[in-house]
Design a binder for this molecule. Sequence first.
Ligand SMILES: Nc1nc2c(c(=O)[nH]1)N[C@H]1C(S)=C(S)[C@@H](COP(=O)(O)OP(=O)(O)OC[C@H]3O[C@@H](n4cnc5c(=O)[nH]c(N)nc54)[C@H](O)[C@@H]3O)O[C@H]1N2
Ligand SMILES: Nc1nc2c(c(=O)[nH]1)N[C@H]1C(S)=C(S)[C@@H](COP(=O)(O)OP(=O)(O)OC[C@H]3O[C@@H](n4cnc5c(=O)[nH]c(N)nc54)[C@H](O)[C@@H]3O)O[C@H]1N2
Ligand code: SF4
Ligand SMILES: [Mo]
Length: 674
Amino acid sequence: MEKIATICVYCGCGCGLFLHVEDGRIVGASPSPAHPVSRGRLCVKGWLAADFVHHPDRLKTPLVRKGGRMVRGSWDEVLSLTARRFKEIREESGPDALAVLTSAKGTNEENYLLAKLARAALKTNNVDHVARLCHAPSVAGLGFALGSGGMTNPIRSLLSSGAILVTGSNTTEQHPLVAAHILEAQSRGATLIVVDPRRTQMAQLADIHLAPRLGTDVSWTNGILNLIIDLGLVDEDFIIKRTEGFSALKDLVVQYTPVEVERITGIPSGDLEKAAVAFGEADRAAVVYAMGTTQHSCGTDNVLALANLVLATGNVGRDGTGIYPLRGHQNVQGACDMGALPSVYPGYQKVEDPAARERMEAAWGTDLPAEPGLTAVEMMEAAEEGRLKGVYISGENPMISYPDRDQVMRALSSLEFLAVADIFPTETTALADVVLPVASFAEKDGTFTSTERRVQRVRRAASPPGEARPEVEVAADLLRRLGVDADYASPEEVMAEISSVTPSYGGISYQRLGISGLSWPCPSRDHPGTEILHQGSFPIGRGRFSAVEQQELAEDLDYPLLLTTGRSLFHFHTGTMTRRTHLLDRERPKAAVDINPADAAALGVRSGTMVVVESATGSLEIEARLTEEVPVGTVYIPFHFAEAPANQLTARTLDPTSKIPGLKRTPVRIRRAE
Ligand SMILES: Nc1nc2c(c(=O)[nH]1)N[C@H]1C(S)=C(S)[C@@H](COP(=O)(O)OP(=O)(O)OC[C@H]3O[C@@H](n4cnc5c(=O)[nH]c(N)nc54)[C@H](O)[C@@H]3O)O[C@H]1N2
Ligand SMILES: Nc1nc2c(c(=O)[nH]1)N[C@H]1C(S)=C(S)[C@@H](COP(=O)(O)OP(=O)(O)OC[C@H]3O[C@@H](n4cnc5c(=O)[nH]c(N)nc54)[C@H](O)[C@@H]3O)O[C@H]1N2
Ligand code: SF4
Ligand SMILES: [Mo]
């Protein structure tokens, strides 16, 4: 048996694991003891990471729609058709009638080439991916406040924290190896503050659990800061030397008294005070957050408020401090770094900056569009309106993962041409004109960048099934068919190009990555990488405070309950892989809506009763599950299940700055099904 060192395909923790190979087949996975994050551990999904790889449902041959039916085609046929249709649409309707959605499941090399395909070959900045539904507010908010959207410190740094504030993150289930570090810190004496409307396992383990009403995060964050200022626990030296804009913020937060915060959020004032003292008094404190913070129509404000808290207390640039936007997909950080976003090139160089554009034009040997393109949800709107006509989707399943499912269906169905690359048939490949079967993480070489900005090597352990090809080859082939030089002999050569055009990856090469990888910024070949950001200064000079106010929250008497959506430990998003992993699917085989027993009694509903959940957007039928994990007035549905798709109910209400939809708060009503 051979053991191939690679990286887990699921979450952004970026655990190192070995794939065990026997006679060309992957027979198991085990943790890497030498890896800096896993240190010999994996969560249940990591242990089972390779179980779906040889599943019989894998896509094995290219498919093309003929007379309404999907039939087998050759690679040459489907790629020449794709290139021809994209050219025709561009000639008839202009380049902005085309778009590319890249995949946070793909490698950096794949994301880089697909973003290059959009910009250099199709000539549009319409390129985006699910980071839009995930950490777009972090890219915008932390980018503004600190000069970088990246997690400031490595996961290991949490072990030195004296207080850790975790908000909007179901850490033990969604980032298990980050949770392991947090709980280890707690056992060494750190105070754990968890802010979550639900009583998650993390909330149950916390020293202080604050349960705000959905969408009221700016209020409690400003409230904690107000108390910290009152108690004289701000870091005045840090504020003077390294920041700007504090006095406007200070004038604003006085309104957020404990009594006022309790009125808005429902958090008892005594609990807020305990949290403020614990966070403010700690010599080293950290803030960890995820989707409960970002997935709101005020997501950027939520992030800015948290950034205020770490800046005011001087918790930046040292071990044990910092702000941790936990990246979700195993390579969503990398997909952003590679410029798979409508407004930036690799390394967050703005497309609107003429100097950056000239550099990229010189590197890619072609002229590039100057206007930022459409974001992911805007693409769906443009498609329905007929402005967008041809789309390439790599490894995303918007039919289940994007808000307002009926609209997504109308949007994708109205396209003139849709190409989808995936490893399995999905609700989205079902709408495609061509389906491109690609290699999974276990069948290709490349790199993933984890939530701690750690660029790590992914290694091929088996051959792709049937005619499936690594998407890096598919993207290069399409580039050539569309007239752009793309003679890469290997993914390693793509990385050489990436490092030549991406300053923060300038020193990264396959030879240097080894077992532990390198954290960016790593600007040159002799640079050791950067684990802790902002040590002496910020990329923008001074850190910036923002006086952010709580937004008015829409209420609707017709829809008296609030729905929040999310995930479970055993499934990953739309379930394409985990629902094909027997041991995981067995743990969570079906969809359910979590309802508090008090609400259930009022509705006449028991565990197991089928109910109809309705919002202004849509409705679905689903089984009820009674649990005290959700507070009275709030219900919860994981979005993994196509048979009861939570996004049937969510709306396309976007945060104006980052364009993330408010997936975490939807007014709904519930009744028993007939
Ligand atoms: N097992 C598993 N792991 C995963 C994933 C998966 O699908 N399955 N997906 C990965 C991805 S891409 C991501 S982005 C991450 C997501 O990781 P998380 O963000 O941790 O997961 P979610 O379930 O979306 O939501 C987190 C928490 O936010 C809380 N919340 C909801 N509304 C609010 C609010 O208004 N304020 C506050 N403070 N909290 C609120 C919810 O109750 C929930 O417990 O997980 C990654 N890891
Ligand atoms: N209601 C609600 N909706 C949400 C969220 C929420 O909390 N609530 N969360 C949002 C967030 S944070 C995210 S990140 C999105 C996730 O949304 P998606 O990213 O659309 O969901 P996945 O199911 O992870 O889709 C990944 C696809 O990639 C395929 N795949 C796997 N490996 C490879 C590969 O190597 N190459 C290629 N080409 N394909 C591959 C998989 O089979 C799968 O079809 O969902 C968003 N939607
Ligand atoms: S914590 Fe995340 S990266 Fe680590 S094994 Fe689990 S799913 Fe994989
Ligand atoms: Mo995500």
